[in-house]
Design a binder for this molecule. Structure first.
Ligand code: 4AD
Ligand code: MG
Length: 447
């Protein structure tokens, strides 16, 4: 390689451009858009960190540069050098007076970039997801997703939790047998994990406060705007914690995430058209509702004509129920003590009414519905064993889990939060398919 030119302009990213006002810099990226007006070209560049408009005067650059730029196609990659100039009216507050352009890869007119500024259907966009992620909106969503994940880990890491990641290949179900993905494990049947919970219960009894964070899998055969077959879950588990302690943990955790997104990703929220006051309102404490209270509200809503179907006491909430309940509050609402019959086998019964489980679902506002599910866990050996049997789960696969109740059992609690549900809510999206780089759903495993 030749020695680098000491006079070469520094390579900078667009998000750092404000530090280079008046300087000549080099940007590396893609052509986002191009407008021509007489002897002027106004290309807009993107580099993954932002957008900036350039200005090329026919008289100010060489004829080759002017022509190369004038005929450049959308999403061609390039390197551009120019002088940064502050301009109040400009996109992002700065423009680039172009001096030179090096085209790295020119997309030919005969095979243009498939996603154009005109409207495309969702199926087309999902089919081209590998390219769609370049759009301003999708990039904003992915940045917010990354901040949600960062803030979620930060909350636990700075509050005494130890991250312990459970296996993804597992011998048994955690959340019901109807959504398991089987895997051939050297001739034996194994499953992709539905939740790391059972394993973090073990590490909580070793380390006190723990969490896991990773992908989880459910063979969801329904097409809804809330369900993926592969999604990311973060799951804290705490020894000596009861349901009340768990509710406090959940509201502080969710508030921390919402306020971090507001503090660090407001420009992206605005790109998505989000009203920042909605996010500002997400502060602990959150309202609490017992299942009984929530059921009465749903029955009243039906009488008043706000809900089409009549809610049956004892049922689990369906999507329309959650949507209605969660649109009654400006903060997430924590619904606790559901009938044990509609919940998982591992939930501790309420001593005040053993037909209820000491559990919580956190429903996000604006109709987004469940973002968190959790509970206090059964800590008595005999009760847990009878629950496993009553649910027709293979007892041998749960021997190790029962051991946790044989050797120094303690009350303990935990929850799981689905990252994509939180991304959909905080970004104000219609559907979870846009919340993850490459969504996996009933009908899609491509690209
Ligand atoms: O309520 P769930 O099923 O709870 C559990 O899995 C517990 N074992 C967690 C625990 O206590 N450690 O799932 C937890 C959360 C839901 O509230 C939801 O946010 C998300 O995971 N989730 C899904 N997200 C996207 N697609 C799906 N198919 C989801 N299923 C659950
Ligand atoms: Mg749930």
């Amino acid at each position: 390689m030749p020695p680098s030119d000491p006079h070469a302009a520094p390579i900078v990213s667009i998000d750092q451009i404000a530090h280079h006002d008046g300087q000549t810099v080099t940007l590396r990226g893609w052509l986002y858009n191009l407008r021509e007006s007489g002897k002027l070209l106004f290309p807009i560049f993107r580099d993954g960190t932002g957008l900036i408009q350039g200005v090329a005067h026919k008289a100010g650059v060489s004829a080759e540069v002017f022509e190369a730029l004038r005929s450049l196609t959308q999403e061609s990659s390039l390197q551009v050098t120019g002088r940064v100039r502050a301009d109040q009216r400009a996109l992002g507050g700065f423009e680039l007076d172009i001096e030179s352009v090096t085209v790295l890869h020119r997309i030919p007119e005969s095979d243009p970039y498939p996603i154009t500024p005109k409207e495309h259907g969702v199926d087309f966009l999902m089919e081209h997801r590998h390219l769609w992620v370049r759009s301003t909106r999708q990039a904003a969503i992915l940045r917010i997703r990354a901040e949600i994940m960062r803030a979620a880990q930060e909350y636990f890491d700075s509050n005494g939790f130890i991250r312990t990641d459970p296996p993804i290949l597992t011998p048994a179900a955690c959340e019901g047998t109807s959504t398991l993905f089987p895997v051939d494990y050297f001739g034996d049947e194994a499953f992709l994990t539905q939740s790391g919970q059972l394993y973090v219960e073990a590490t909580a009894l070793a380390l006190g406060k723990v969490y896991s964070f990773g992908p989880t899998f459910r063979a969801e055969k329904s097409k809804t705007r809330r369900h993926l077959t592969e999604f990311w879950m973060i799951e804290p588990e705490v020894a000596f914690c009861d349901l009340d302690g768990l509710l406090e943990l959940a509201e502080n955790f969710v508030s921390h995430i919402a306020q971090s997104v507001l503090a660090r990703r407001s420009p992206e929220l605005l790109t998505l058209g989000r009203d920042l006051d909605r996010i500002r309102a997400i502060q602990a404490p959150f309202p609490r509702l017992s299942y009984d209270e929530a059921a009465s509200m749903l029955q009243q809503a039906h009488k008043d004509g706000h809900l089409e179907h009549a809610f049956q006491y004892g049922d689990d909430f369906g999507s329309p129920d959650e949507t209605w309940l969660s649109s009654q509050f400006d903060r997430p609402v924590m619904v606790h003590r559901y009938p044990a019959a509609v919940k998982a086998f591992y939930m501790q019964p309420d001593p005040a009414n053993p037909s209820l489980a000491l559990c919580v679902d956190v429903l996000a506002p604006e109709g987004y519905g469940e973002i968190i599910g959790g509970s206090q866990r059964v800590d008595d050996y005999d009760l847990l064993k009878s629950r496993i049997e009553a649910h027709n789960l293979p007892i041998e696969a749960f021997q190790w889990y029962l051991d946790l109740r044989r050797y120094g059992s303690v009350p303990h609690s935990g929850f799981g939060m689905g990252i994509e549900r939180v991304v959909a809510w905080l970004c104000g999206l219609e559907h979870v398919r846009e919340t993850i780089p490459f969504a996996r759903t009933l009908n899609r495993i491509f690209p």
